[in-house]
Design a protein around this ligand. Structure first.
Ligand SMILES: [Zn+2]
Length: 78
């Protein structure tokens, strides 16, 4: 059976639990505080930092460094 990772909404503790695939959405109670408010954590590969998403905060749309005389600084020719 696969191993799933859950996160507790009450104490923010995360824990792993072996479940059947069909039962993965019926989250178990938190082993830490006993709260049933647990959610299945989706560990999707490439969700964070993949592709261009990781650089969007560094550069303006024209490619100039954002906040350093780029598009917003009035010196951009684009
Ligand atoms: Zn908890």
């Amino acid at each position: 059976m696969p191993l799933y990772e859950y996160a507790c909404r009450s104490c923010t503790k995360s824990f792993e639990e072996i479940r059947k695939y069909e039962e993965r959405l019926s989250a178990p109670a938190c082993p830490e505080c006993g709260s049933p408010e647990t959610v299945l954590r989706l560990s999707v590969p490439g969700f964070v930092g993949a592709g261009s998403a990781g650089r969007s905060g560094d550069l303006a749309p024209c490619g100039m460094p954002a906040g350093q005389g780029g598009c917003c600084g009035g010196q951009c020719m684009h």
